[in-house]
Design a protein around this ligand. Structure first.
Ligand code: ADP
Length: 525
């Protein structure tokens, strides 16, 4: 192996060509590899499918010593090790599934210097025994995969990541490199701080996936909405995400009954079943995998042509990651999210169990997802701006808003003004539900109790359904004309809202959709 200082761009490239057969670097890969070679700590943020693994695997071959990778999932580690072995690179993972003999052999290979890459779960890596062992081995650098798990501000905090700071303390001269597919600026800085990185290099790839076409529909007849998407992709691969196992089972069954080849995937199935269903999907013996979020991490299938969220994801980060499993080959893929405010309430309830800081962070990203769905702005722009980036193109040409499939009401200004005036008249002391009832002229007990049937705005939108008015209120909030405050999401008119009242701006308010005409939701979850 080469000494670090002599490794050049050409050598990185030739190593990559020799072992993987790839012709060139993906964006930021070269810079990320260089940081590893230079022993400069780094935080690398690349979207799913961006090629993060190579950022540490190629330098592992160019640098003398053992590269140690912390990774959270056993199945993920095994896949990575198999892939490296297939490329002729000596790699291993130590976890509960290996025998004592295998473990002794791995230790011997590390001591002899033939082992190049070692994968470990964080808690094992940080055990005293492992740290002692590694102190006697020639560790070239540490790579931390899924590193957003270290941050309480992230959407997937894992306490076992917290002790990771020990690495910098126990191995002061050794480079530590953090990788993640999803991190806002706050999370990026927190990753660096929590790991105790020294003057790290931040490398952040583009979050836009121009080949993904985003569409958001209000969930109405869930099965029909799913089938409509599948029908556009005969014999192509797709993923349907649900929140609950029961929904996974139900939808998989309904699809099969309708003649679609679909298999379920969730944590309630046995390891063997999960493995079989995953393989059937990868080998294209089934078209559709209906799954909870348990499915997808580390799955490398490039030709997924659609990702449907039949249940809402828990954050905008999760949505970016889960929808990002579509179109990894760079060809077009369709991402359809079935919006349900009921699901948001479900998530809020579940997040209630988290510790304080984590709960706030999770609530924020859940709200961001809500804005993303209920706003009527370019979806690509909203997604990348959440990650602190800007979209270059004026129109993305790949989302329902820019393609004009979201139908807007003709006079959004007047409609918006009616709603805001009413919210002012009720004293900015109520939430969306109550205000919608006032606008629709409801005889609801509370409306009468507060004498809100005496207001001039009472019944101003009596020809609309309460559901539509609620949706517009959400859109106005999503576009920041209204702010939701306090525990009960009390609505207040913002500065932008006052501009709207003066007629200086026009909000984008969508036409009531099929869901409204069909009445209340037919299915939940
Ligand atoms: P990530 O971890 O960022 O989601 P992976 O490391 O799994 O992405 O890479 C995604 C796919 O792209 C893998 O099949 C990988 O082998 C492939 N890949 C990575 N880098 C390159 C490259 N420079 N050229 C071609 N294919 C690449």
């Amino acid at each position: 192996m080469e000494s670090t200082s002599l490794v050049t761009h050409e050598q990185l490239l030739s190593t990559m060509q020799q072992y993987w057969g790839y012709e060139g670097f993906r964006p930021l890969q070269q810079e990320a590899m260089q940081a590893v070679l230079d022993d400069r700590d780094s935080v690398v943020v690349m979207p799913t499918g961006g090629g993060k693994s190579l950022c540490y695997q190629v330098p592992a071959l160019c640098k003398p010593g053992l590269a140690v990778v912390a990774s959270p999932l056993i199945s993920l580690m095994k896949d990575q090790v198999d892939a490296l072995t297939a490329c002729g690179i000596q790699a291993a993972c130590i976890n509960s599934t290996i025998t004592a003999d295998e473990r002794r052999q791995i230790a011997a290979d590390i001591r002899s210097g033939s082992m190049r890459v070692l994968y470990l779960a964080p808690e094992r890596l940080l055990s005293e025994r492992m740290l002692d062992f590694l102190a006697g081995a020639d560790v070239s650098f540490f790579a931390i995969d899924e590193s957003h798990c270290i941050s309480e501000w992230g959407h997937d905090f894992r306490p076992e990541y917290r002790m990771m700071k020990t690495l910098k303390e126990s191995f002061p001269g050794v480079g530590v490199h953090a990788y993640t597919a999803t991190a806002t600026e706050t999370v990026r800085l927190d990753i660096a701080q929590q790991l105790g990185l020294v003057d790290p290099e931040f490398l952040v790839g583009s979050f836009d996936r121009p080949n993904l076409n985003y569409r958001i529909l209000r969930r109405a007849d869930r099965l029909a909405q799913i089938q409509e998407v599948i029908a556009r992709h005969p014999n192509e691969s797709g993923i349907v995400y649900c929140i609950r196992r029961a929904d996974v089972e139900a939808i998989a069954e309904q699809l099969n009954a309708a003649g679609v080849k679909a298999l379920p995937y969730h944590a309630g199935l046995s390891d063997v079943q999960r493995q079989q269903h995953q393989e059937a999907f990868i080998q294209e013996r089934t078209d559709v995998i209906v799954a909870t979020v348990a499915f997808g991490m580390g799955i490398d299938k490039s030709n997924v042509r659609y990702v449907i969220h039949a249940g809402m994801p828990k954050s905008l980060e999760s949505y970016q990651q889960e929808s990002g499993r579509g179109g990894r080959d760079g060809l077009e893929a369709e991402c359809v999210l079935l919006y349900s405010s009921g699901d948001l309430v479900t998530w809020k309830r579940m997040l209630g169990d988290l510790p304080d800081a984590a709960q706030q962070a999770a609530m924020r990203s859940l709200d961001a997802l809500d804005h993303f769905c209920t706003g009527a702005e370019c979806r690509h722009r909203m997604l990348v701006s959440y990650f602190g980036q800007e979209l270059e193109a004026e129109e993305c040409e790949a989302c329902d808003v820019c393609l004009g499939t979201v139908e807007l009401v003709e006079d959004g200004t007047v409609l918006g003004q009616k709603i805001l005036s009413s919210i002012l008249r009720t004293g900015e002391r109520f939430g969306a539900d109550h205000n919608a009832k006032v606008l629709c002229g409801s005889r609801d007990k509370r409306v009468l109790e507060f004498d809100h049937d005496k207001l001039s705005t009472y019944g101003l939108l009596q020809n609309e359904s309460i559901r539509s008015v609620r949706m517009w209120i959400e859109q106005l909030a999503g576009q920041r004309y209204l702010a939701k405050t306090g525990e009960y999401n009390v609505l207040k008119v913002t500065e932008a809202g006052r501009e709207l009242l003066r007629g200086e701006v026009t909000p984008k308010l969508t036409k009531p959709d099929i869901a409204d005409k069909a009445g209340p939701e037919k299915s939940s979850g």
